[in-house]
Design a protein around this ligand. Structure first.
Ligand code: NAP
Length: 257
């Protein structure tokens, strides 16, 4: 009797909504066996379809060793546009092992009429600019780099995180909100009004899930300090790049066939 071909293992470097959508699409197809790798920053990540692997690999070497052992047919780097280190590691490990690398990256938001954006390279630059633009800032840059705002006591920060921080935030004056997206424009408008926010500080994340605050700031004519996306690693050349989980799935189907 002929046995069915084993499903193709696909390694998804995750931590984004697009990665979760792709894992769900692949897990529903018997030709594929997705494994999503998460850094482990979030203690209770949203449920993911397929296999999940938690924690870092141990640098490029560790990722290369994992790829050789697990034998994925493809690697999909669906990490956040600001996760610069894992992107570089994925490119180096794919080159070292000869496994194809698909980059899944949502496009950046495009500036629209009425947007009052102040684009900055990094968060220390955002912190320096903040007191020149407002007194009550909505800060949505994640937990990891919030210390950049520690030296700015002139500003009250409304901070939104997914999970409670292990230690108090290193900010002089703040209010903490714990919520998981997506966030729509109407709710963000209400939030900005309720907290008398006069400045929004965010990363140029792109995508729909966190665009509500950008649209709400435009409606209220508020300035937005927007951190630009990090530069690509030198010589960065994934096998292909796509913008959506649906495009990633279509690409994978063709590549595996
Ligand atoms: P990073 O600075 O690029 O990576 C730091 C280290 O974390 C990597 O060297 C790797 O450790 C580990 N790592 C990162 N992503 C991983 C993954 N998907 N699977 C396994 N290990 C991973 O990353 P980051 O900016 O801290 O982001 C961490 C995770 O949060 C990513 O999965 C990203 O998609 C998600 N995320 C990040 C942001 C953001 O603004 N940075 C926003 C939303 C979601 P080893 O060297 O030990 O392998």
């Amino acid at each position: 009797m002929e046995s069915a071909a084993a499903p193709a293992r696909i390694l998804i470097l995750g931590g984004t909504g697009e990665a979760a959508q792709l894992a769900a699409a692949l897990a529903a197809d018997p030709r594929f066996a997705p494994v999503t790798a998460l850094a482990g920053r979030t203690a209770k990540p949203a449920m993911l379809a397929g296999e999940v692997r938690m924690g870092g690999f141990g640098g490029v070497e560790g990722l290369v060793a994992y790829i050789r052992e697990a034998g994925p047919r493809l690697i999909v780097d669906a990490t956040h546009p600001f996760a610069a280190q894992i992107r570089r590691h994925a490119a180096e490990a794919a080159a070292a092992t000869g496994v194809a690398l698909l980059r899944l990256e949502r496009p950046a938001w495009a500036k629209q009429r009425g947007d009052r954006w102040h684009e900055v390279e990094d968060l220390p630059a955002a912190a320096t600019l903040a007191p020149k633009l407002g007194r009550r800032a909505f800060l949505t840059v994640g937990r990891k780099e919030i210390a950049a705002f520690a030296d700015q006591p002139a500003v009250h920060y409304l901070v939104r995180l997914v999970e409670p921080p292990a230690t108090p935030l290193p900010l002089a004056d703040y209010h903490l909100l714990l919520e998981r997206g997506p966030f729509d424009e109407a709710d963000e408008l209400q939030l900005l009004r309720a907290h008398k926010i006069d400045l929004v500080i965010a990363k140029q994340s792109g995508g729909k899930a966190t665009y509500g605050k950008i649209a709400a700031a435009r409606t209220l004519r508020l300035p937005v300090i927007l951190q630009r996306r990090p530069a690509l690693p030198p010589g960065y050349a994934p096998t292909a790049t796509v913008a959506t989980a649906a495009d990633a799935r279509a690409w994978i189907e063709k590549a595996i066939a």
